[in-house]
Design a binder for this molecule. Structure first.
Ligand code: SF4
Length: 393
């Protein structure tokens, strides 16, 4: 008998990855979230919403970066009045963010918006919320019940002692019940906190209790680069648990960088793979080629390519052949040369100066051969020769 319980290893899953939390589908304009739909990336404008030109300009910049849903704040009547004009000029669904004044929610719902976000902690109580639900239902507009630890109902803070995960989830569930009493089910839920541990546990708790899709995010994450790391620290455990149907990374300042950060987190957790995954070693004293130059050139040539392929580029023979075997295409370098692998087999040996060209040729061949297996929108959940294709349109 060894010291360790080796039988556990026999029972453990060999292919990692948890299934997604089963959620209902909710349509937000042209985008459907929940179920098996790709996890949508969203952001929020920082302009005065009533400044239509500035708001539309910022939304266009977000769209160009790949943003799929956009939220604007509606604190005043003039902001509500601008919504139709904004909606006409943008190509992605428009979400209105409401705090404090339920009348702003009612006013926003007079416009052709695609979703409304309500904070149950500050909307003025269940009866006012009910009025908003009735109008949203009559207009066929979905709603996010957006709980925030920083503005939780006082009664729940008193009941639980502080805005902890169960208090946040109870807030969401209470408002879900009110909406359901009204026969309204077009609901998305968020449970945000600026504390990573609180947010993660709140979403995990919620996922055991309800099946409305979730908007996940770490609120008030602050200034990049720490804010990106903090967001990843909170979002990755959720995504790996299968939780999250739409994602927002909150960064101080210009919202455009939020989009790349969100897609990177989805890529790294393999929940939504939109570009080649480039595996490159950090290099060390064993390095046998100019790896930085090769990786920089590859990144340049692969920019904008929407292929769920795993490419490994390693600088020597220590891990090179092993990693290359696990990837779809890979090289292992040695003495100024590169061995090119495809699906675990060595297919070519090339000089260092030819490595990038040879890899690009093999990537093109791989794409050609796998055309029939690639998902229509080229967004796959998971990648690699063992895991492709997994979703979805
Ligand atoms: Fe060093 Fe080789 Fe590992 Fe790269 S693959 S870090 S060169 S040992």
């Amino acid at each position: 008998m060894g010291r360790f319980q080796y039988s556990l290893l026999e029972q453990a899953a060999r292919v990692p990855g948890k299934p997604r939390h089963k959620t209902r589908e909710v349509r937000i304009g042209t985008v459907v979230i929940g179920g098996n739909n790709p996890i949508a990336v969203q952001s929020m404008t920082t302009t005065d919403t009533h400044d239509v030109e500035a708001t539309v300009q910022q939304i266009h910049a977000l769209e160009a970066a790949g943003c799929e849903l956009v939220r604007v704040t509606v604190p005043k009547p003039e902001d509500a009045h601008a919504l139709t004009r904004i909606r006409e000029r943008i190509g992605i669904p428009l979400i209105c963010d409401i705090h404090f004044d339920y009348k702003m929610a009612l006013a926003a719902l007079d416009h052709p918006i695609d979703k409304i976000r309500i904070n149950p902690g500050n909307i003025g109580g269940p009866e006012r919320f009910r009025q908003v639900v009735r109008k949203a239902k009559s207009r066929g507009i979905p709603m996010r019940i957006g709980v925030n630890a920083g503005s939780l109902e006082r009664e729940l803070c008193e009941k639980y002692g502080f805005p902890c995960p169960p208090a946040m989830v109870e807030s969401a569930l209470r408002y879900i019940e009110i909406a359901e009493e009204e026969g309204y089910y077009d609901i998305v839920v968020s449970l945000k906190s600026s504390d990573v541990l609180v947010a993660v546990e709140a979403y995990r708790l919620y996922a055991q209790l309800a099946d409305y899709p979730t908007h996940i995010g770490i609120t008030e994450a602050g200034k990049p680069p720490y804010a990106v790391t903090k967001s990843a620290a909170g979002l990755a455990p959720l995504l790996l648990d299968g939780i999250g149907d739409t994602i927002r990374v909150s960064l101080l300042g210009d919202p455009v960088p939020e989009i790349a950060a969100a897609f990177d987190i989805l890529q790294a957790t393999q929940r939504r793979v939109r570009r080649p995954e480039l595996i490159a070693c950090p290099t060390c004293g064993r390095l046998a080629i100019d790896l930085e130059k090769i990786v920089a050139e590859l990144e340049k040539r692969l920019a904008g390519k929407r292929l769920p392929i795993k490419i490994s580029v390693l600088g020597c023979v220590v891990n090179g052949p092993g990693e290359a075997r696990e990837a779809d295409i890979g090289i292992a370098a040695g003495n100024g040369k590169g061995m090119i692998f495809r699906n675990g087999e060595i297919i070519r040996r090339v000089e260092e100066a030819e490595i990038v060209d040879a890899l690009m040729e093999e990537i093109a061949r791989w794409e050609q051969d796998n055309q029939h297996r690639l998902p229509p929108q080229r967004d796959a959940e998971g990648l690699g020769r063992r895991r492709l294709p997994l979703i979805s349109s």
